[in-house]
Design a protein. Structure first.
Length: 131
């Protein structure tokens, strides 16, 4: 089982210069917990978690704050051909809930894999084994 089998291709993203309240609106509308943040060149510059936005709202209230100021960096990525076990190990080791998927070993985003995606893989594995 590879990351490409369970990742969400073409994930919803946000620009680093966008206001954090815009990110919150996107997450609410789409039911997301993580948003990859893109820089001006379209590369993955960070990751934004729902809890980051909740903290920003508590701290900044209504003040305009750019996503780039509250996102997590550096970004840990994984290639689409990586084994799912590697994704699980990386997420556990770094205590993160998702991994942006990069096809060039760098910042070019082709997908995202989340804890929910890994649970789907576990479900499929259990079904295959009859359990």
């Amino acid at each position: 089982m590879q990351v490409r089998d369970y990742m969400s291709a073409a994930p919803v993203t946000i620009d680093a210069g966008a206001d954090y309240q815009q990110a919150f609106a996107i997450m609410e509308e789409k039911g997301l917990h993580h948003l990859p943040v893109l820089d001006g060149a379209g590369n993955c510059a960070g990751i934004l978690a729902r809890r980051d936005l909740q903290l920003a709202a508590r701290y900044f209230h209504e003040a305009p704050v750019e996503v780039g100021d509250v996102m997590h960096t550096p970004v840990t990525t994984i290639p689409p051909e990586a084994d799912l076990g590697v994704a699980v190990e990386r997420m556990m080791a770094e205590r993160i809930g998702c991994l942006p998927v990069s096809d060039d070993g760098g910042d070019h985003l082709v997908g995202i894999i989340t804890e929910t995606d890994l649970l789907r893989a576990l479900r499929d594995l259990l079904v295959q084994r009859g359990g």
